[in-house]
Design a protein around this ligand. Structure first.
Ligand code: SAM
Ligand code: SF4
Length: 314
């Protein structure tokens, strides 16, 4: 269905947990988050019920996210259930990739269509510093495991944390031989990321400076696409800060505790928990109709969302 600004809304980002095995410096506090009582988080059955109702409201693509979706117990069963919804065109997941070495094959068999893997640097020491608890080799093995399991069109998302070509080029060079898309994303000012120094907020134009040979290749959703000459894959720029793409927004989000967020950066939330059938569909439709024209994010004023990114899912 369309929102009040005529935008077709067909994409749901469904957060399945706010827990994570990493503590990325821009996303989560070092000590992690307080583990909520089990009952506060949507069950696998509730997640599936919300997804089905969303599809009845016109959603055609669902992305599972978190926290880290692969630490959620029952994630494979959820994938199987969602994949069985006939009208759903695409089922995808955003993951930090660390558990893909063990899980990529099972995820493929459960019906997941595509993966976005988050990876901000190919420098092992910087990777450990950014994720606080992660090991680069796990994610690289995860990327290989995904390829071996038959995942195609994988996107690798890198939050830009520095203007240094030494951080940007090695990631882009992965596209030379792999048919993946490496997408650089501008850091957004949320509660946690606002604790980082100003120099971490880097505009995507630094990618173009670091890689002057990039050839423009149109757009894919919110990403402007480029290609290194002769490369198998593409380089994308996602610019929530320097170039708003709200006019093309097609998304709604549901948090792991069952709140529908019409916009990533607004405080507005609609409770879905406990609703069923027509009442649930009406709540989802009202969320779509409450989507604002655009977010009000800027470097001087952070996100209005009252949650960290690990609670919303990106
Ligand atoms: N744990 C999974 C992962 O890291 O891919 C899924 C959840 S994570 C919150 C989703 C995405 O949000 C990741 O790609 C992460 O890099 C991105 N992210 C988190 N905080 C951000 C921020 N302040 N600005 C831009 N992207 C952010
Ligand atoms: Fe975890 Fe993803 Fe947040 Fe990093 S960005 S702390 S991997 S949820």
């Amino acid at each position: 269905m369309n929102d009040t600004f005529g935008r077709p809304i067909d994409y749901l980002r469904l957060s399945v947990t706010d827990l994570c095995n990493y503590r990325c410096i821009y996303c989560m506090p070092e000590e992690g988050v307080c583990k909520r009582p089990h009952a506060e988080i949507l069950s696998i059955e509730e997640l599936a019920e919300i997804a089905r109702a969303a599809v009845q409201c016109g959603i055609r693509k669902i992305r599972l996210t978190g926290g880290e979706p692969l630490v959620r117990r029952g994630i494979l069963a959820l994938c199987r259930t969602l994949r069985a919804i006939p009208e759903l065109r695409e089922l995808t997941m955003t993951t930090n990739g660390s558990l893909l070495p063990q899980m990529a094959g099972e995820l493929k068999a459960a019906g997941l269509d595509r993966l976005n893997i988050s990876l901000d640097t190919l420098d092992p020491a910087r990777f450990a510093a950014v994720t606080r608890t992660g090991r680069l080799e796990d994610v690289l093995r995860g990327l290989d495991a995904a390829e071996r399991a038959g995942f195609r069109g994988t996107k690798l998302n890198a939050v830009l944390l520095s203007a240094e070509p030494a951080d940007i080029r090695p990631l882009a060079e992965l596209t030379r031989t792999r048919g993946i898309s490496v997408r650089f994303i501008e850091l957004m000012p949320m509660r946690q990321s606002l604790t980082l120094p100003e120099r971490c907020f880097v505009g995507a134009e630094y990618v173009l400076r670091a890689l002057p040979e990039l050839i423009p290749e149109g757009t894919d959703g919110v990403a402007a696409l480029y290609r290194l000459p002769g490369a198998a894959g593409t380089v994308g720029l996602i610019r929530p800060m320097s170039c708003s793409f709200c006019s093309r927004c097609s998304r709604i989000r549901v948090t792991a505790d069952g709140m529908l967020k019409p916009c990533l950066h607004s405080a507005d939330e609609i409770p879905l928990r406990g609703l069923h059938g027509e009442a649930l569909r009406r709540a989802i439709q009202s969320g779509i109709l409450r989507k604002p024209a655009q977010h009000t994010l800027g470097r001087t004023h952070g996100s209005q969302a009252r949650r960290e990114m690990n609670e919303i899912g990106g």
